[in-house]
Design a protein around this ligand. Structure first.
Ligand SMILES: [Zn+2]
Length: 691
């Protein structure tokens, strides 16, 4: 028997003995006392009693009373909180205990549980993560991010209401943003407002209500004014890698005392491809014949053909003479040609492994090989004036003192070939520093304090391809595909995504955002740093340990980002977050740079687009900034130049693209060069603070 049941039996006996329970189910309170507690006979409740003395408390303990606690809240009195039924209450009262407080009844449990659930469902908690306003081109915008505590409920709708100083108000809905299956927050595009908002609040479809807050001005920073006579605008057209090389050469000659040119150690493949032809008709049956060497290495123009030997019982054979590959097809006893595409392909690869490889074109496997050709192998490259040899990627090293003793800043652009505006940004920036050194005191101070490294085009081979062959080429020109993926019809999908080929947080470490498929736009290569282009960036940073800042310039979309830039899919585990102090430094510095960009033509990088790559854009496994930050301790940032622009006519934000009309690209080069100048000031400030 439990002490509880024993106590109940004892009390029941006491009640019967005392004979006090004259009206069962009615009142059990002591008639003389204030009837604060009134229970039915078998109704249980938690009741606070005042006991006549300590002895009674000890008796109740000994009897096994269900004593919840013994409050000491009334000095000099003996209190006890006891779970009792109405009958037990009556018995205790008869023994001199006085019920002073009904704490909770039996039925309160279910009711309070239900209430708690109702409350939780009815009112989620809403919190503003961001609420910023700004003006651009005389127009005012507001952007907000709100998180709901009901994060698992995909149907929660959140509405933000704004109010301006004159009392005008309006509202707009936010959309739920999930990444990798994990709820992040609710957000909307920046909203056009009639004036500066002074208050915003959020409500949810569950009845949740945020606090009313005052939006902050974004970015809330203004760069120093450019002095009169400041020289700028050195960009008057898109620049090919050949143009960039010429510009670098000119700058080195013109500003001899301020700049060195660094030839980076890993030459690229060059604007080159193997020579290839379809032997046969791809619509019917064909073999792809490809040179092992590049087309420019004597293989463009080589011919291939199949011939009918014209006699019975001949074996399949091949000769290569006078730049003509001749395949003599096998015949049966009746003189009929009997070779298949696979047999022909296998023979070519086996007989001339140093010169050719071949495979049955997709869909042609096992089909009879036609008599075909001669066809000419060709690399297919259209850029006749582009030199076809390995390319030496170059960096400018700018500064009054270029010996590694000054704070170093690295900026690099065009990892992605098609992002034509990006080298315009870094070259405009470089030339401003050089051109203004002699005449502008501020520039002189900066270049006396800081060393600047600039790689205008990291991926010149891909860039050449975008100008002459396929303007959307993103990757480099190295083709790691094998087998049927080498079919020349797939030529615009070959190459390695340079900005997925670095060694930290990469595909090879299990991070999201790089692909193992050689035809993917985010193909990560065959291994970490398998590509000359990525090795060059790392080599430059490693060779100059004074580099403490970097900015990787991409397009487009108007982002300003830092690490972490990647996460693992399971649980969305990012690379380590910067410390709170460092995150604040990232954000404070970012606001300075965003403010500098905005000073040009009012282009404001959205607060929702300012932050860690993995949070504001996507996971980008093996990107260069993560490598520089985590492996080399560099404060590493990323631009996506080319912000969406507001169209008043359509009342919509419009994307700029990789190759906008030059007028737009030019404007991007100017405003983002302003941003890079601010980066130099930030580096200079850090250098001064460290002295
Ligand atoms: Zn890019």
């Amino acid at each position: 028997m439990s002490s509880r049941r024993r106590w109940a039996a004892t009390l029941a006996a006491a009640v019967l003995t005392a004979g006090l329970l004259t009206h069962p189910g009615i009142s059990a309170a002591a008639p003389a006392a204030d009837p604060v507690v009134d229970l039915a006979t078998d109704e249980a409740a938690l009741v606070r009693f005042r006991l006549p003395d300590e002895a009674m408390f000890q008796e109740l303990v000994a009897e096994g009373a269900d004593i919840a606690t013994r409050p000491r809240s009334a000095p000099g009195q003996v209190l006890a909180d006891i779970v009792v039924t109405g009958a037990q209450l009556a018995a205790l009262t008869a023994r001199g205990a006085q019920a002073v407080d009904l704490i909770q009844t039996e039925s309160d449990g279910a009711r309070r549980f239900a209430e708690s659930r109702r409350t939780a469902l009815a009112a989620d908690t809403l919190q503003f993560l961001q609420a910023y306003w700004w003006t651009s081109g005389g127009r005012t915008f507001l952007q907000t991010q709100v998180a709901t505590s009901a994060s698992d409920d995909p149907d929660v709708e959140i509405t933000v209401t704004w109010t301006t100083a004159d009392g005008t108000s309006g509202s707009y809905p936010l959309a739920r943003f999930e990444d990798s299956g994990e709820y992040q927050y609710h957000v909307a595009l920046p909203q056009r407002l009639p004036a500066q908002p002074v208050q915003v609040s959020a409500t949810s479809s569950l009845g949740g209500q945020s606090r009313v807050i005052t939006p902050a001005a974004w970015p809330g920073t203004t760069p120093p004014a450019q002095p009169s006579g400041y020289q700028k605008d050195f960009i008057d057209a898109y620049l090919t890698p050949t143009d960039i090389r010429a510009r670098i050469k000119r700058l080195a000659r013109q500003y001899r005392g301020l700049v060195d040119v660094i030839d980076l150690p890993n030459r690229t493949q060059g604007y080159r491809r193997t020579a290839v032809a379809y032997l046969g008709d791809p619509a019917v049956a064909a073999v792809v014949v490809e040179s092992v060497r590049f087309g420019d290495q004597g293989m463009n123009g080589v011919q291939a053909r199949t011939v009918d030997p014209g006699r019975p019982n001949r074996r399949l054979g091949a000769t290569y003479r006078d730049r003509v590959l001749t395949i003599s097809l096998a015949t049966d006893p009746a003189g009929k040609v009997i070779s298949t595409t696979d047999e022909v392909a296998a023979l070519i690869t086996a007989r001339f492994p140093q010169r050719f490889r071949a495979f049955a074109e997709d869909g042609s496997a096992g089909l009879p090989m036609p008599v075909a050709g001669p066809v000419r192998l060709d690399d297919g490259l259209q850029g006749a004036e582009v030199p076809q040899r390995p390319w030496t990627v170059q960096a400018l090293r700018i500064g009054a003192v270029r010996d590694g003793s000054k704070m170093g800043v690295l900026t690099y652009s065009q990892e992605h070939a098609r992002e034509w505006a990006t080298p315009l940004v870094t070259l405009e920036f470089a030339e401003r520093l050089l051109a203004n050194y002699a005449t502008d005191r501020t520039t002189r101070e900066l270049l006396n304090a800081v060393e600047v490294f600039v790689i205008p085009t990291v991926n010149p081979d891909g860039a050449n391809y975008t100008f002459h062959d396929y303007n959307f080429q993103r990757k480099n020109l190295v083709n790691h595909c094998t087998g049927a993926a080498r079919d020349p019809r797939l030529r615009n999908s070959w190459g390695v995504d340079v900005n997925r080929n670095y060694a930290v947080g990469s595909l090879f470490d299990g991070y999201v955002g790089g692909s193992a498929n050689c035809l993917s736009g985010t193909y990560s290569g065959t291994a970490k740093l398998s590509e000359a282009e990525s090795r060059n960036v790392v080599a430059l940073a490693e060779a100059h340990p004074n580099i403490k800042y970097s900015l990787n310039v991409h397009s487009y979309g108007g982002y300003f980002m830092w690490s972490p830039g990647a996460y693992k899919a399971a649980g969305r585990v990012t690379l380590p977050r910067p410390s709170i102090d460092e995150s604040k430094y990232f954000l404070d510095s970012a606001r300075r740079i965003v403010g500098a960009i905005a000073a040009g033509r009012g282009t404001v990088t959205w607060p929702a687009y300012t932050g860690p790559v993995a949070d504001v854009l996507y996971s980008a496994a093996g990107n260069s900034a993560d490598h520089l930050y985590y492996d080399l301790g560099i404060i590493a940032w990323n631009f996506e130049v080319g912000n969406d622009r507001w169209n008043d006519a359509t009342q919509r934000w419009e994307g700029m693209g990789f190759q906008p009309p030059f007028e737009e690209a030019h404007a991007e080069s100017q405003e983002y060069a302003d941003g890079l100048i601010e980066l130099i000031r930030i580096a200079r400030d850090r250098a001064e603070a460290a002295r």
